[in-house]
Write a protein that binds this ligand. Structure first.
Ligand SMILES: *[C@@H]1O[C@H](CO)[C@@H](O)[C@H](O)[C@H]1NC(C)=O
Ligand SMILES: *[C@@H]1O[C@H](CO)[C@@H](O)[C@H](O)[C@H]1NC(C)=O
Ligand SMILES: *[C@@H]1O[C@H](CO)[C@@H](O)[C@H](O)[C@H]1NC(C)=O
Ligand SMILES: *[C@@H]1O[C@H](CO)[C@@H](O)[C@H](O)[C@H]1NC(C)=O
Ligand SMILES: *[C@@H]1O[C@H](CO)[C@@H](O)[C@H](O)[C@H]1NC(C)=O
Ligand SMILES: *[C@@H]1O[C@H](CO)[C@@H](O)[C@H](O)[C@H]1NC(C)=O
Ligand SMILES: *[C@@H]1O[C@H](CO)[C@@H](O)[C@H](O)[C@H]1NC(C)=O
Ligand SMILES: *[C@@H]1O[C@H](CO)[C@@H](O)[C@H](O)[C@H]1NC(C)=O
Ligand SMILES: *[C@@H]1O[C@H](CO)[C@@H](O)[C@H](O)[C@H]1NC(C)=O
Length: 381
């Protein structure tokens, strides 16, 4: 693992104190029946005390990012001064889309997006073939998307000491625990993308069968591509590089260098629509440094006994350095090797769409991939 962190530093108990409050309910202009709201979550966790301060210049930021990508970088250990307790309340922006006639025994998909993304990763554009939420609703499922802590319209606390994997995991668990007060449903399916899949694996390692089935997209068991991926993102101080969106935000928050950086890291040429890339990334979504500095060690979900599906594009640059068809730990591909982290799962399926990069949902293969995922969910429940 590229950024090893002792497991003990990550362990936490997410004690959930909050009750759900809706404010601002709105119908979107789409054909989907969606409601948007903020969920206040109280979390209690252990974070890493990091000996890093928000960079005072882009040069310092670039120096820090470069240090993360050195061969055998030990930065994660070098800056870690131990753990500290964090009790906090955050406002998390969420969107729930429910199909007509959804019943109390229906299936709800709970999604978590990745870094430099927001909920839009799963719901881009009305009637777009790249809109995962729409595919889920068409399959008769309700779907919850949210902006991760430190992204989109959710709270952006200290980007180094607070927006860390343990906090993101605690927020995910807190949201899952509150779902029954939002919607009556029968089965719950987790759907993660990239860093969202990593968060989800931490949630399952802690809580076992939190989901009745789990779909991990753009995931691999190694971080073959993380070094080149992080370097290629060409991370900038968000408030300086995109002041039109992020003026006043702490310099602990980064944005990718722009269109070319996004293409290199997330897209496999020429199997995507340039206007989709442009639309999605125009908002220059942020990513907190604390997230990159606390990438977790792989930790098996020993108590998870339901089914798992791993879906990763064969040309995923970030996860597989551009070729996921590599034998890994005795498995015939890097995504298949994720099975090693689910020793008690009743079933593990791997699907590798061809000509597809890290942003799985935005390649030409997406409609077939969405269909594959929805069919798999039906079979797994
Ligand atoms: C969550 O934390 C806030 C702020 O500390 C507090 O006002 C609220 O009562 C807490 N919610 C619950 C259910 O304890
Ligand atoms: C924190 O890092 C600085 C170098 O950036 C170092 O001089 C200092 O000793 C470190 N502090 C601790 C407590 O390790
Ligand atoms: C990185 O670690 C590997 C395995 O421990 C070692 O063989 C290699 O020499 C190291 N490379 C550098 C640049 O330190
Ligand atoms: C944090 O919350 C836990 C309960 O979840 C409580 O035991 C602890 O005292 C709290 N710590 C602080 C500093 O408020
Ligand atoms: C829209 O979803 C809400 C639940 O979020 C439900 O109460 C309402 O009946 C749905 N409307 C339609 C037209 O399906
Ligand atoms: C789900 O609930 C509806 C009524 O809400 C019922 O008609 C249907 O048979 C149920 N389906 C299953 C699979 O239990
Ligand atoms: C973030 O969300 C906004 C809408 O809230 C959207 O326009 C933008 O494209 C999103 N950015 C990313 C990278 O997901
Ligand atoms: C798994 O479940 C067992 C039995 O309930 C429990 O003792 C153990 O702590 C759990 N392990 C983890 C990692 O949650
Ligand atoms: C990966 O393997 C599949 C199945 O053999 C193949 O169709 C695809 O082209 C391969 N992709 C790469 C990047 O080698």
């Amino acid at each position: 693992m590229l950024f090893p962190l002792p497991f003990s530093k990550l362990s936490l108990s997410a004690s959930i104190l909050s009750t759900l409050l809706f404010n601002a309910a709105a119908q979107t202009a789409s054909s989907l029946n969606c409601t948007e709201f903020f969920v206040p979550v109280n979390i209690s966790t252990q974070t890493s005390k990091l000996n890093v301060t928000a960079p005072s210049s882009q040069a310092e930021m670039t120096g820090l990012i470069t240090r993360m990508t050195w061969a055998n970088s030990s930065i994660t250990n070098d800056v870690n001064l131990g753990t500290t307790a964090l009790n906090a309340t955050y406002k998390i922006w969420s969107q729930l889309c429910v199909p007509d006639g959804f019943g109390a025994n229906g299936t709800l998909e709970f999604t978590i997006h990745g870094g430099t993304e927001n909920h839009t990763y799963f719901s881009l554009g009305k009637d777009s073939p790249f809109n995962y939420a729409q595919a889920a609703v068409q399959a008769g499922h309700a779907i919850l998307t949210y902006d991760n802590l430190g992204a989109g319209k959710s709270d952006k606390p200290d980007g180094i000491q607070e927006v860390q994997i343990s906090t993101e995991t605690a927020v995910g668990i807190a949201l899952v625990e509150q779902l029954p007060s939002v919607l009556k449903f029968g089965k719950l399916v987790g759907v993660g993308h990239a860093h969202g899949s990593v968060i989800m694996m931490q949630m399952l390692a802690q809580r076992g069968n939190l989901f009745d089935a789990t779909v991990l997209t753009s995931i691999a068991s190694s971080t073959l591509g993380a070094t080149t991926g992080i370097a290629a993102m060409n991370l900038q101080i968000a408030s300086e590089s995109a002041p039109e969106f992020h003026e006043g935000l702490s310099s602990a928050y980064t944005v990718s260098g722009g269109w070319t950086s996004d293409q290199t890291t997330f897209y496999h040429f020429p199997f995507f629509d340039a206007d989709v890339l442009d639309d999605l990334h125009r908002g220059r979504e942020v990513m907190a440094l604390g997230m990159l500095l606390t990438l977790p060690e792989n930790r098996p979900a020993l108590n998870y006994t339901n089914s798992v599906l791993a879906v990763t594009g064969d040309r995923d640059y970030f996860m597989c350095a551009g070729n996921c068809n590599v034998t890994t730990n005795g498995f015939d591909s890097a995504p298949a090797a994720v099975a090693g982290l689910f020793p008690a799962a009743k079933d593990f399926t791997t699907h590798i769409p061809e000509n597809t990069g890290h942003f799985l949902n935005y390649h030409h293969s997406a409609p077939q991939t969405f269909e594959f995922i929805q069919n798999w969910i039906s079979g797994a429940l």
